[in-house]
Write a new protein. Structure first.
Lengths: 327, 396
C-alpha cells in the first residue's frame, strides 16, 4: 500500500471562466492530521471536490491509498468520509433518520448499520436527541451531526471543509477534541480552514494555498520559524505616497513592506523597534495614524509573508471578484 | 445499487411526507378542483337530460285546440320541462318576459291563437301581427342549447301546421299513420357502455384535474432537487459510493409513486363521490403509468434548466397551468379554435385526457389506449433525454 493516504500530482481544475486549481502536488501521510489553509477562493473546496469525486480534474493525478478514483471510483469513495462546510442533511428528518440514510448509501445494513449509527451518535453526543427533528437542534448540535454523518461508515480518511464555520467556542472545542480522538485512533484527517489558530492547534502539517496554488507545506512550527517575521500593521489617516513608502522600506528594523493606500504591513524581527522608528518619521506625524497593531510570528504572519495579504483581506478580495464576475 | 435506490426513495418519501405545502399542492388542490368544478358545472354538462331538464316558461295568449295540441306534443319531448304558471299565477307573454329579464328563467315560449291557420305568405308581411310563436331567451343562454331547443320546437309546430293544411287529404287515415314514430331515428353512443349515455361533468373533470394535479409534481420534484443542490446534501450524496444513475433513479422513483397514488386517489374519489364509471382498470393503469413518466420527465427537465428557486417555481407553474389550459383540462379542446386544437396535440395533457376518455367514456380497453400511452412515453423520453443532457451534477 502507498504510504500516502492522499497523493495529488500536478492537479489542475479549469472552469470556463477561471482556473481554480493550477497544478497542485501534495502528499497527506497515513494517520496524519493535515491542514489545507487559504482564503475563500484559494482552491481548497475545488481540490476537495476533486478528491471526493464531485468533479473530475482537468489534468493531473489523484491517488487515495494508492488507488486512483478513475480506476475504482466506488472503492475510493468508500474509504473517504466527507464533511462539507454547509449543513448537508435533512432538517425535517430526525438525526437517526439522517444517519441511517447516509449509512445505507455506504452499503451499511441491519445490525452493522444500527451499531455504527449508535457509535457516531455517541461520538457526536447526540444519542439522547437521536429521534428529535434536526430543525429543532442548536447550531452546535447541527454541526456535530454534520460531522457524525461523515463518520457513519467508519472511513479511513476524513475530509472536512471548514467544519467550524459559524460555531461557538464551546462547540468548536468539542469538535476539536472529537477530531483529535479520531486521529489518535488512526483516521487520516484532511482539514481545510482559513482560521490559522485552528490549524496551529490541530494540524501536524499544513499546506498554504492561494489562488489555486500550494505556496508551501510544512509543520506549523517550521513554517513560523522559516517565514514568521513579526508584523506591524498600520492604518494611516490618508493614502501613503511613494516617498513615504520608500522611507518606511529603508528603516533599519524593517525587512519588507506590503500594502497599498492607507493599509500597510511592515515585516520585522523587532516589532517594537520598527514602531519606534516609524513614529520618528516626520512625514508620519503629519499624515497621522488611525490604528497600529503588532502581530507576533504565527501562521497568519506566515500567510501574509507568502501572499502579501491577510487571510481576511484575501477572502474579501475573492468575494469582490466573484460578485463583480456575477454582475 | 437496489438498496441505495431504496434508501433514497424511503428518505425522499419521508421528506415529502413532512412537507405539508407539497402535499396540499399534490393532493388537496386537484381534489378541490375536481369537487368544486364537478359540482359547479354539473348543470352545464347535463342540462337538457331527463335528470336535469331545461325549464321553459310557456305563455298562452288565448286558448284553442291548436295551442293545446302543440303543447301536448311539446310536453312529450325529453329533457324539456314546461312551466305554465309561476307562483300560482298563469303566465302571460308580458310576465314571462319580465321573469326572464329578472333572471329567474332563461327561456319562454309564447303561443298565440291562430297558430295553425297562418298562411306561409304572412311570414314576409311586416305589417302583420307578428309570428304566432315566439321563443324569448336570456342572451347568456348557451347557443348550442338554444339552437337545439329552437329546432325541436320548430319541428313540433311545423308538423302540426302541415297536418292542419293537409287535413282534407289525410282524412280516413288511421291515427297511427299520423303519429310520429320515435323508432325512425336511434342515437347510438359508440363504445362499450349503454347506448344513449353522455359524458358527465365528473367524467370530464376527474381525469382533467387529475392530469392537472399530476403535472404539479414538476414543481415539487424540481424544487426538491434544487434545494438539495443548494443545501449541500446533493454534494454529500455524490461523494458516497453510488452511481449517478442510482442517484437519479432514487430521486425519481418516489415522485413517480406519488403520481400514481395521486391518480388512484382522484379516480377513487370520482368513483365514490360522483359514481364515475372507470371502465377498464388495466387500461387506466396503462395511461396512468405513461402519464406519470412524462410528468417526472418534465420535472427533471425543469430541475436541469432552473438555476434559482424563482426560475424553478416560474417554469413549473407556467408549464403546469398553460399546458393544462392548452391541453383541454380547463376548457374542452373541441371548443377551441382549430389552431389551438392542433397546438394542444403537442401537450402530454391532451393525450392523457384522450386516453382516459377512451377508457371511461368510450369504454375501450388496454389495446385501444396504447397509442396515447405510446405518445406519453415519447414525451417522457424526450424530456428525460434533454434533461440528462443539461443536468449538472458537478458543483459550480
Amino acid at each position: 500500500m502507498d504510504s500516502a493516504a492522499i497523493r495529488l500530482e500536478d492537479l489542475v481544475k479549469t472552469y470556463p471562466a477561471a482556473r481554480a486549481v493550477r497544478g497542485i502536488d501534495l502528499e497527506v501521510r497515513q494517520g496524519e492530521f493535515f491542514g489545507l489553509l487559504g482564503p475563500n477562493g484559494a482552491g481548497k473546496t475545488t481540490t476537495i471536490a476533486m478528491l471526493t469525486g464531485l468533479t473530475n480534474p482537468s489534468s493531473g493525478r489523484i491517488l487515495i491509498e494508492g488507488v486512483s478514483p478513475g480506476s475504482d471510483p466506488m472503492g475510493v469513495k468508500s474509504r473517504l468520509g466527507f464533511v462539507p462546510q454547509e449543513f448537508a442533511f435533512y432538517p425535517t428528518l430526525s438525526a437517526l433518520d439522517n444517519l441511517r440514510f447516509f449509512g445505507r448509501l455506504y452499503g451499511l445494513r441491519g445490525a452493522q448499520l444500527a451499531q455504527r449509527v449508535q457509535a457516531v451518535l455517541e461520538i457526536a453526543d447526540l444519542a439522547e436527541r437521536a429521534r428529535q427533528i434536526v430543525a429543532t437542534f442548536s447550531n452546535g448540535m447541527m454541526r456535530r451531526l454534520n460531522v457524525a454523518i461523515g463518520l457513519v461508515h467508519e472511513p479511513r480518511i476524513l475530509i472536512l471543509d471548514e467544519p467550524t464555520a459559524g460555531v461557538d467556542a464551546q462547540s468548536r472545542n468539542a469538535l476539536y477534541e472529537t477530531l483529535e480522538l479520531l486521529n489518535r485512533e488512526g483516521v487520516t484527517v484532511l482539514y481545510t480552514t482559513h482560521h490559522m489558530e485552528e490549524a496551529q492547534r490541530l494540524c501536524r502539517r499544513v499546506a498554504i494555498m492561494d489562488r489555486g496554488r500550494v505556496l508551501t507545506v510544512d509543520t506549523p512550527t517550521a513554517l513560523v520559524r522559516a517565514y514568521g517575521e513579526g508584523l506591524v500593521r498600520v492604518e494611516f489617516r490618508a493614502g501613503v505616497g511613494k516617498a513615504l513608502q520608500d522611507r518606511m522600506a529603508e528603516l533599519e528594523t524593517v525587512q519588507g513592506l506590503d500594502g497599498c493606500d492607507r493599509h500597510w504591513y511592515l515585516k520585522t524581527r523587532e516589532p517594537e523597534g520598527a514602531v519606534r522608528a516609524l513614529m520618528a518619521l516626520e512625514e508620519i506625524r503629519e499624515l497621522g495614524i488611525s490604528s497600529l497593531n503588532i502581530m507576533e510570528p504565527n501562521l497568519e504572519s506566515v500567510f501574509i509573508h507568502l501572499t502579501g495579504r491577510r487571510l481576511r483581506d484575501a477572502a474579501r478580495e475573492e468575494r469582490t471578484a466573484l460578485e463583480e464576475g456575477n454582475t | 445499487m437496489i438498496h441505495q435506490i431504496l434508501a433514497l426513495t424511503v428518505k425522499e418519501l419521508k421528506v415529502l411526507w413532512r412537507d405539508r405545502e407539497a402535499l396540499v399542492l399534490l393532493f388537496a388542490m386537484p381534489l378541490f378542483f375536481i369537487l368544486v368544478m364537478s359540482w359547479a358545472l354539473q348543470g352545464v354538462y347535463e342540462a337538457g337530460t331527463r335528470d336535469r331538464p331545461v325549464e321553459i316558461l310557456v305563455a298562452k295568449a288565448g286558448d284553442g285546440k291548436e295551442v293545446a295540441d302543440v303543447l301536448e306534443d311539446l310536453s312529450g319531448m325529453e329533457g324539456l320541462a314546461w312551466v305554465g304558471s309561476v307562483d300560482g299565477v298563469p303566465l302571460t307573454p308580458e310576465r314571462a318576459e319580465a321573469l326572464i329579464r329578472g333572471g329567474r328563467y332563461d327561456l319562454a315560449l309564447c303561443l298565440r291563437a291562430g297558430l295553425l291557420g297562418r298562411s306561409p305568405a304572412a311570414s314576409g308581411d311586416a305589417s302583420g301581427p307578428g309570428p304566432p310563436a315566439v321563443l324569448l331567451a336570456d342572451p347568456a343562454v348557451n347557443r348550442r342549447l338554444l339552437h337545439s331547443i329552437q329546432g325541436s320546437i320548430q319541428g313540433v309546430i311545423q308538423r302540426r301546421v302541415l297536418m292542419a293544411r293537409l287535413a282534407p287529404l289525410l282524412q280516413g287515415l288511421p291515427d297511427e299513420a299520423l303519429t310520429p314514430d320515435p323508432g325512425l331515428l336511434e342515437t347510438r353512443m359508440l363504445g362499450g357502455f349503454a347506448t344513449g349515455r353522455r359524458p358527465t361533468a365528473t367524467e370530464q373533470h376527474v381525469p382533467a384535474y387529475t392530469i392537472f394535479g399530476v403535472f404539479f409534481i414538476v414543481l415539487t420534484l424540481a424544487s426538491g432537487l434544487l434545494r438539495e443542490k443548494q443545501e449541500g446534501t446533493f454534494r454529500r450524496i455524490l461523494s458516497a459510493p453510488l452511481s449517478r444513475t442510482a442517484l437519479l433513479t432514487g430521486k425519481l422513483v418516489p415522485y413517480y409513486l406519488v403520481n400514481l397514488v395521486q391518480i388512484g386517489l382522484m379516480f377513487a374519489v370520482g368513483w365514490a363521490v360522483f359514481h364515475v364509471r372507470l371502465g377498464s382498470i388495466a387500461a387506466l393503469a396503462v395511461v396512468s403509468l405513461a402519464l406519470a413518466a412524462s410528468a417526472n420527465g418534465m420535472g427533471l427537465l425543469v430541475a436541469a434548466l432552473g438555476r434559482t428557486e424563482a426560475q424553478v417555481n416560474g417554469f413549473s407553474v407556467l408549464l403546469a397551468v398553460t399546458l393544462s389550459a392548452l391541453g383541454g383540462m380547463m376548457v374542452p379542446s373541441f371548443v377551441m379554435p382549430p389552431g389551438l386544437q392542433l397546438l394542444s396535440r403537442f401537450t402530454p395533457h391532451a393525450w392523457a385526457l384522450d386516453g382516459y376518455h377512451d377508457v371511461m367514456i368510450r369504454g375501450l380497453g388496454v389495446r385501444d389506449v396504447l397509442p396515447e400511452a405510446g405518445v406519453l412515453l415519447g414525451f417522457a423520453a424526450v424530456f428525460f433525454a434533454f434533461a440528462l443532457w443539461r443536468f449538472r451534477f458537478e458543483p459550480r
